[in-house]
Design a protein around this ligand. Structure first.
Ligand code: AMP
Ligand code: ZN
Length: 496
């Protein structure tokens, strides 16, 4: 399995630090607002990485933090006349709920910055003791020049950074490049007691403290959007490696940004809270299936930019419909097709095996979900042909139809795209009820009910009772079934 390591700028064979186990960390949200679909793209990326690694047999431990103390939370609290704790609690809960709606699994550990203050203080103290940090009037700064490899991850040169940083003069820092590990409390801000007085942690600190605490070093995989590579991840790396003297991360994974078209400038620009061009995930999920949005996002490789638009969402919804339709038809035909002799289905077995192999080959190649989905779509087209060629089915064809439906569902399930069959099951009851109403059928077997309906329609047609024949056709259509008249007689197709 190959993973593109953004620290080395190339794909590398994935070898976990401990065979069969993966220690994985991804930066979580700052809880001062609802998340937008750009954030959701990044969270989805790492959800799929985790799901796929589990599918490949790894025992994955996934940690994702919640940043619940931060300037943005404090500002929001002031704006709304609430406490920062209230703001953070509200948006943490909203975040978790929306993640569930989007089909994203909970991490194994979801540490919150405010619950890990003593670990962070210990880390700051360690950095001071090792000469990598210094206190200055209640603040503590990391001394960037004390860490020789600073800039390595994001490919930046410290001297060039220095000239850029000179504008940002802060008397408390010895060097403009230095960044805050601990900030002295200002009035009205959340604060904790520390060896340097009352204060609160700097943003980068929590990920270093929490990942080391819950996963140990080095992490197999550390992820986030590529906007976090600098300064956030560079600073996390410097803190961790300077404090513990060990490598921080084996595989750095950075996902591409979700962009949205700006009509005024004609440019695609990054979706962000500050540009005001964002769509909240919860609002988008009110207008579409989570599955369709996942499909849209996963049809682009996670490292490429993704341009979002309503037209693309509509396309994804109809692609999803194509998949659910074929899966339903496969299951429906397996149960309801008229019986016949068996035919040779070797081609069907090999098409199914090929989908499986192509799916894995694509995902093993740096989680190429777009390629994996293409393999599924190729097989969906095959299944449509299979259904056309097998209007009648022997036992082997029935088993093949079910195996095809199962295989599609299983592989999409690895990507967190679950196509539910509830509708089909619910409809089975309704078909029986319709048959009862129109034909007096008393049983509960959907196949018998359909046969009774078709027989009744046939009989109605033979006596030119078009109203009754149409009632059968319209009743079935209302439940998503289409009657097709074939040379072998009428048959019913589900959801075509
Ligand atoms: P934040 O709450 O701003 O720290 O962002 C949470 C996550 O969303 C981070 O991993 C960011 O890299 C990611 N992110 C922010 N904006 C976008 C975007 N437009 N597209 C993709 N990911 C994003
Ligand atoms: Zn982080």
């Amino acid at each position: 399995m190959q993973i593109y390591n953004s620290a080395t700028h190339r794909k590398e064979e994935f070898v976990p630090r401990e065979p069969g186990k993966v220690a994985m960390y991804a930066c979580g949200p700052t809880v001062y607002n609802h998340i937008h679909i750009g954030n959701a793209r990044t969270f989805l990326t790492f959800d799929v990485v985790r799901k796929y690694l589990s599918f490949r047999g790894y025992d994955v431990t996934f940690v994702q933090n919640i940043t619940d103390v931060d300037d943005k939370i404090i500002n929001r609290a002031h704006e709304e006349g609430k406490t920062p704790e209230e703001i953070a609690a509200f948006y943490t809960e909203a975040f978790i709920e929306t993640m569930h709606r989007f089909g994203i699994d909970d991490p194994d550990v979801r540490p919150r910055a405010t619950q890990e203050i003593s670990e962070m203080i210990a880390l700051v103290q360690l950095l001071i003791d090792r000469g990598h940090a210094y206190e200055s009037q209640g603040d503590v700064y990391f001394s960037v020049r004390s860490f020789a490899n600073y800039g390595e991850l994001s490919n930046r040169n410290v001297d060039e950074l220095e000239s850029g940083a000179r504008v940002d003069v802060n008397e408390l820092k010895r060097d403009p490049l230095d960044f805050a590990l601990w900030k002295a409390a200002k009035p009205g801000e959340p604060h904790w007691n520390s060896p340097w007085g009352e204060g609160r942690p700097g943003w980068h600190l929590e990920c270093s403290a929490m990942s080391q605490k819950y996963l140990g070093l080095p992490l197999d995989i550390h992820g986030g959007g590529n906007d976090l590579a600098f300064p956030h991840h560079e600073n996390e790396k410097a803190q961790t490696e300077a404090a513990y003297g060990e490598k921080f991360v084996n595989f750095w994974m950075h996902s591409g940004m979700l962009n949205i078209h700006n009509e005024e400038t004609g440019e695609d620009e990054k979706m962000s809270k500050s540009l005001g061009n964002f769509l909240l995930l919860k609002d988008v999920l009110d207008t579409c299936d989570a599955e369709a949005l996942r499909l849209l996002m996963l049809q682009t490789h996670y490292r490429s930019p993704l341009n979002f638009g309503d037209d693309r969402l509509k396309e994804a919804a109809s692609s999803l419909e194509r998949i659910t339709t074929v899966v339903r038809n496969l299951r429906w035909s397996a149960q309801n097709a008229a019986p016949s002799e068996d035919t040779d289905l070797a081609a069907c077995d090999s098409a199914r095996e090929k989908m499986h192999a192509d799916f894995i080959e694509a995902m093993d190649d740096d989680f190429n979900s777009a390629g994996a989905l293409a393999a599924v779509f190729t097989f969906v087209s095959f299944c449509n042909r299979f259904l056309e060629e097998n209007e009648t089915m022997g036992d082997v064809a029935r088993k093949a139809a079910i195996a095809n439906a199962d295989a599609i569902e299983k592989l999409l399930g690895v990507l967190g795209i679950h196509i539910t069959q509830e509708e089909a099951i619910e409809n089975a009851d309704e078909v029986c009820a319709l048959a009862k109403e129109l034909t007096g059928y008393e049983g509960e077997n959907v196949q018998d009910a359909v046969e009774a309906l078709l027989a009744s329609r046939q009989e109605a047609r033979s006596v030119k009772d078009w109203a009754r024949a149409d009632a059968v056709r319209d009743g079935l259509a209302g439940l998503g079934f289409v009657i097709e008249d074939t040379p072998n007689g009428a048959r019913v197709v589900y959801g075509k």
